[in-house]
Design a protein around this ligand. Structure first.
Ligand code: IMP
Ligand code: MG
Length: 183
């Protein structure tokens, strides 16, 4: 699989260090809740945030519930977003809850903007958006993520949960696909 990459953008140890920092920062932001012994509701956006979420939550000591949501925006072998569509169940019972939306990447921002609206409509008391990656040059929405691991250039990346046509999610690092792989 590795020979299909033109470059490794973020090595696994670099990701691990940053995830530790993000967990510490998120922990600081959630400290008032932890002091009141109130659980936070973490909403991982599947499938891309699976690996990031698994690493992140094991470094967050506070009480939490996980309530996943599945969104797809890249049908099949495509690197062009077709707009976010929610697949399957949407988290309910969010009234008065403090929500952390966790995703792999804030690209155009349409996915997280849709989910931010949705959880607010369901009565969330607060919404924090936490993403591993962001591509500021691609933003199409007013909303901004609260916590960003790495700002990256406008390249299609895979690994550490991110896919192309469903593949490469299991790579432990993040790399750029060779143009000939992306047809
Ligand atoms: P957005 O709605 O444009 O912000 O796109 C968000 C979703 O598109 C992310 O949750 C990813 O699943 C996917 N995505 C965006 N950029 C990339 C990329 O470079 N590689 C893999 N998936 C991506
Ligand atoms: Mg996604």
């Amino acid at each position: 699989m590795q020979d299909e990459l033109s470059e490794i953008l973020l090595a696994s140890d670099v990701i691990a260090c940053r995830v530790e920092e993000i967990a510490a920062e998120l922990g600081r932001r959630l400290a008032p809740l932890a002091e009141r012994d109130e659980p936070v509701v973490l909403v991982p956006v599947l499938t891309g945030s699976l690996v990031f979420t698994a690493d992140l939550i094991r470094q967050l000591p506070q009480k939490m519930r996980l309530d996943v949501v599945t969104v797809s925006s890249y049908p099949g072998a495509s690197t062009e977003s077709r707009g976010a569509t929610i697949r399957g169940a949407v988290p309910e019972d969010l009234e008065g809850q403090h929500i952390v939306l966790v995703d792999d990447i804030f690209d155009t921002g349409n996915t997280l903007s849709l989910l931010d609206r949705l959880v607010r409509e369901r009565g969330a008391a607060s919404v924090t958006i936490c993403v591993l990656l962001a591509k500021p040059s691609r933003y199409e929405v007013e909303l901004r993520p609260d916590l960003v691991g790495f700002e990256i250039p406008d390249a299609f990346v895979v690994g550490y949960g991110l896919d192309y046509d469903g593949l490469y999610r299991n790579l432990p690092f993040i790399g750029v696909l060779k143009p000939e792989v992306v047809e």
